[in-house]
Design a binder for this molecule. Structure first.
Ligand code: UD1
Length: 448
């Protein structure tokens, strides 16, 4: 059992391949690409599968680094994970024998903390490392821990680890968050499915990925309902069964490619695009005058090439769903460099998610960062190729967008951050006619 093994057991993470993107910008994009499965849904679905010993099968799982980290973490716990085809994962958690999520896994990906709720609820105890994740401000987990305590868990924090126990069984209860937390909501919900009695979670996150998780839990036999837009009610069950699930499309990836076509110009169609999940984002683009047409599950964008015209300036503010996603703040910021006049950006969710704008400034963007949550961007500004560094996943994708719109060659260091969350991003842009290469750091050439 967990306690019998040495605390710092041998874990050999894959060495991170240091890579760069080298992009020759200034070419309009053209063609059709398919939107991949949603990262932020797939990770939680994989974690939810440990709520049962029966087999669960997922399709449309994005082949990204974060999924590989989650799968590696599950394998380390003793879970059997098969990967019979691209995008297909089968998970069987009959023999979990090691209730310990180590620092090496957690440091790579904050979302590993989503295992707290299901492991604690099913096995009655778990040791979780304090997670790392993106470098975007403080990323505490206090809301997750408080939610587990509201369900009767005993949790101690020592030397970087949370030691969590549920004497007997978790008990249903009221989980009240001081503000909306996506993974906090999901962790509470996962824990509550096997708790004794009724749990009410509010304010509950309303992100589509949370609803995808609810849909999967219902297939597993869980009693989970969204009683009101911001309220989730769970009646705990003794056991859940295995289920199959097709992951919803990634609205953030879709939004990123929509902006790519708008900033680089050209005509791009996204297939399997979740228009219904992109309301605030599409309203922002409409306000800027970008030509975007939504079909039943397609999005078609006709972008104005740089130098051939501008869009309108627009003030944007991120908010929990259904507001503008913080994960789309950085792509939208690139688009604002094409706006006529000054646009203001207000990041309400995370501290320090604007720092990357300094790198966009190296490409010629006229950016003023007022404080950790406010910036302004004045356009239209022609961007030029530059050597820049990625600090997190979304900022990294956005620097690619800047480089595609820029005149000249850009070298973007830290490509591995983008691999975490975007499936084949370089191949997809290549298919749209972009000149983009992913190269080992050692052979990259500096910007001419
Ligand atoms: C999820 C998404 C991430 C997205 C974010 C906001 C996943 C894997 N990640 O992250 O892509 O950007 O939602 O839409 O789904 N907070 C606390 N204490 C906590 C937890 C959160 O103070 O215990 C704060 C955070 O610092 C942040 C705010 O709550 O300021 C909202 O964060 P949250 O919604 O929890 O983000 P994640 O679920 O981690």
């Amino acid at each position: 059992m967990a306690d019998a093994r040495p605390f710092h057991w041998e874990y050999t993470p894959e060495p991170v391949a240091r890579e760069v993107f080298r992009i020759e910008g200034g070419r309009p994009l053209a063609g059709t690409i398919k939107v991949s499965g949603a990262k932020n849904a797939a990770l939680k679905l994989l974690a939810a599968s440990v709520l049962t010993g029966e087999r669960c099968r997922f399709t449309n799982v994005p082949e990204i680094e974060d999924v590989r980290v989650m799968v590696a973490t599950l394998l380390d716990l003793g879970v059997v994970v098969d990967h019979p085809a691209p995008g297909v994962y089968e998970v069987a958690s009959g023999d979990v024998d090691w209730l310990f999520v180590p620092l090496e896994a957690a440091a790579k990906m904050r979302a590993s903390f989503i295992l707290l709720g299901p492991l604690l609820s099913r096995f009655g105890r778990v040791i979780m490392s304090n997670p790392g994740g993106d470098r975007i401000g403080r990323r505490p987990v206090n809301l997750h821990v408080d939610a587990m305590r509201a369900l009767g868990a005993e949790i101690e924090y020592r030397n970087g680890y949370y030691f969590a126990k549920a004497p007997g069984r978790l008990r249903g209860g009221d989980v009240t968050f001081p503000f909306v937390s996506v993974m906090g909501t999901e962790n509470a919900m996962l824990a509550a499915t096997l708790a004794d009695g009724r749990t009410t979670i509010r304010p509950a996150a309303q992100e589509p990925e949370v609803d995808d998780l609810i849909a999967f839990l219902q297939k597993m036999g869980a009693s989970v309902e969204r009683a009101a837009p911001d309220t989730i009610v769970v009646d705990g069950r003794r056991r859940l069964r295995g289920a199959d699930h097709h992951v919803i499309p990634d609205r953030i990836e879709a939004g990123t490619f929509v902006v790519a076509a708008a900033v680089a110009g050209g005509h791009v169609t996204l297939e399997g695009a979740p228009c219904d999940h992109l309301g605030s984002f599409l309203e922002t683009l409409a306000a800027m005058g970008v030509d975007v047409v939504c079909g039943r599950d397609t999005i078609e964008v006709r972008g104005i090439p740089p130098g051939e015209g501008a869009y309108k300036a627009c003030d944007v503010e991120t908010a929990p769903y259904p507001g503008l996603a913080t994960d789309l703040q950085s792509p939208v910021s690139v688009l604002l460099t094409r706006g006529q006049g000054t646009s203001r950006v207000h990041e309400t969710i995370f501290e320090d998610r604007l720092e990357w704008l300094g790198e966009l400034g190296r490409m010629g963007a006229r950016v003023e960062i007022a404080d950790s949550r406010h910036a302004s961007i004045t356009g239209p500004t022609p961007l030029h190729g530059a050597e820049v560094s990625i600090s997190d996943l979304r900022a990294g994708a956005s620097l690619i967008l800047g480089a595609l719109a820029a005149d000249g060659t850009s070298v973007i260091h830290g490509a591995h951050h983008v691999q975490r969350g975007y499936e084949n991003i370089d191949r997809k842009f290549h298919d749209l006619g972009a000149r983009i290469e992913r190269l080992p750091e050692s052979v990259s050439t500096p910007t001419p």
